[in-house]
Design a protein around this ligand. Structure first.
Ligand SMILES: Cc1cc2nc3c(=O)[nH]c(=O)nc-3n(C[C@H](O)[C@H](O)[C@H](O)COP(=O)(O)O)c2cc1C
Length: 255
């Protein structure tokens, strides 16, 4: 069963927008105004935040040269250069550090929980911004590649210590309507009352076939076990192996 089928005919503007969502990497010339960005971020900053810590910041980037510099450590992704607006969603412990200092405490050797709190907060603001943008017809794609080289991104955005870019987001009015990428069968993803491991793993073979068919339909090369092979190729060799040390250097103790 697909996510659409799970929605079971129950409709709302938000449900329909989410069911129709796909990442957009080509943008029209239609300007995304400062007023658009302000409205998007105003709405996004009402996202829930762990213990009201608000451990996030957002950097709005429009400057062409800066977007080009950001794209380099991100594997030269073209959409970072071509999007009208790039947003960087930061985990930000600076204000918490200040609160600690006022009370004679230190945030040095902070723990995994602090890093997770800030990272989850930033992600919630990011997804809220994405949905708010979509409601204005503005779409885009998130950019996790900012974590390829956290120090380089920090240098380009002049980020202080105790912050890091969790992910970026290219936004613009769409100039493409790509086919939606299928999702795994929901019966292995959504569990009722207790987790069903067999159901979870039963999604893989049908999804490999579905994704393979999707890639073939858009002329993208793939393998028989499309999803399994993609995930293995991307992550088995310890993706971003230097990330823990890089984030430690930026003041996050993910240990
Ligand atoms: C946190 C995060 C980071 C991502 N990073 C990138 C990225 O660096 N480049 C890119 O082209 N897409 C990126 N994506 C988009 C995913 O590849 C995309 O969401 C996924 O393949 C599913 O496709 P869909 O969004 O069209 O449904 C990212 C998505 C998320 C949620």
């Amino acid at each position: 069963m697909s996510p659409d089928a799970l929605a079971n005919g129950i409709e709302s503007e938000t449900i329909n927008a989410l069911l129709g969502r796909r990442s957009i990497r080509k943008y029209a010339d239609t300007p995304v105004t400062d007023a658009h960005v302000d409205a998007i971020l105003g709405a996004a900053l009402r996202a829930p935040t762990s213990s009201n810590v608000q451990a996030y910041s957002v950097v709005v980037v429009r400057d062409q040269d800066r977007k080009e510099r950001i794209s380099v450590p991100c594997g030269n992704q073209k959409h970072i250069v071509s999007c009208p607006v790039f947003l960087a969603f930061l985990a930000d412990l600076t204000r918490i550090e200040s609160a600690f200092q006022r009370n004679g405490h230190t945030i040095d050797n902070n723990n995994l929980e602090m890093g997770l709190v800030a990272t989850i907060d930033a992600a919630l603001v990011g997804m809220s911004a994405y949905i708010a943008a979509e409601s204005l017809g503005i779409q885009g794609v998130m950019i996790g590649a900012v974590r390829n080289d956290p120090e380089k991104i920090a240098e380009i955005l002049e980020l202080p210590q105790r912050t890091y870019a969790v992910f970026g987001m290219c936004l613009g009015f769409p100039d493409e309507a790509p086919k939606q990428k299928p999702r795994m069968p929901v019966n292995g993803i959504v569990h009722h009352e207790t987790y069903d491991p067999a159901a979870s793993l039963s999604t893989i073979d049908p999804y490999n076939a579905d994704l393979r068919q999707h890639y073939e339909s858009i002329g993208k090369q793939t393998t028989v076990d499309s999803w399994s092979d993609e995930v293995d190729a991307k992550f088995a060799a310890k993706a971003r192996a230097g990330l823990r040390a890089a984030l430690k250097a930026r003041g996050f103790d993910f240990i």
